[in-house]
Ligand binder design. Sequence first.
Ligand SMILES: Nc1ncnc2c1ncn2[C@@H]1O[C@H](COP(=O)(O)OP(=O)(O)OP(=O)(O)O)[C@@H](O)[C@H]1O
Length: 283
Amino acid sequence: MLLELENVQKAYSQFSLSCSLKVEEGCVTGLIGQNGAGKSTVFKSILDLVYPDSGKISVLGKDHRDITVKDKEEIGVVLAGSGFSGYLTVRQIIPVLRSLYRNFDEKEFTERCKKFRLPTDQKIKEFSTGMRAKLNLLAAVCHGARLLLLDEPTAGLDVVARDSMLGILREFMETEGRGILISSHISSDLESLCDDLYMIDNGKIVLHEETDVLLDSYGLLKVSETDYRKLDKRYLLRVKKEPFGYSCLTNEKKYYLENYPEAAIEKGSVDEVITMMTKGEAI
Ligand SMILES: Nc1ncnc2c1ncn2[C@@H]1O[C@H](COP(=O)(O)OP(=O)(O)OP(=O)(O)O)[C@@H](O)[C@H]1O
């Protein structure tokens, strides 16, 4: 296990986090939630930047408070809204990375910067959002980390930049024994990359599912009030009143497809599942 949070609690005056999650070797785990759901609080707790009130966090098999400087070399981090000083250039951050990480692969880093057309001698503050995001990610993947902790690494990026970021992450995962925890409020980013997804809402994990299962077995039934009354509700997770009747979220789409051939059953994108899990009512 690369990362495990067990019942981690953190209370602020207006918000409280309660979170358990795992990142296994060979897995990309996604954390999806709206603004303010608690994603950054999860990352900061892992990195000891905020102190949880209770619970247990283990990183690379150790309690996160016992992580040494050497262990940290095995972790690559991109935090929302942070990065290198804007007054430095890529050329100037290379010696910094070299001194921080014994396994920093300067050749790979330089080549990749070139590939992504990141200028070597321009101040980072003059970079676009996409350029800065790529630089932060390249710095996180070029020192032989086993675990990447990426808080909203694709925020503010256009489709092309997002795709190249996902490419970097897929390549990172080609080496055995690695894993990623990545957060986003854009579920389509995570859908194609992640093996499993955790959905967080108002500080609570409302759903954890393998991405394949989510896409294959979850579905949205749209039924009239009359049909809703007759519906077998055993496999419904959430229900929402609509002008036409009810929207129902199921994790047994096949059952309803087979038994209610007339019903309108949609595939249910990750976004719709999140909306239903957060806005729908439990059965
Ligand atoms: N230091 C703090 N003191 C009090 N409340 C805080 C503090 N830090 C975060 N919060 C609150 O915790 C909640 C979750 O914040 P967090 O930054 O974890 O959300 P997020 O999911 O990362 O959101 P976003 O997508 O907007 O970055 C918010 O309501 C925020 O106001």
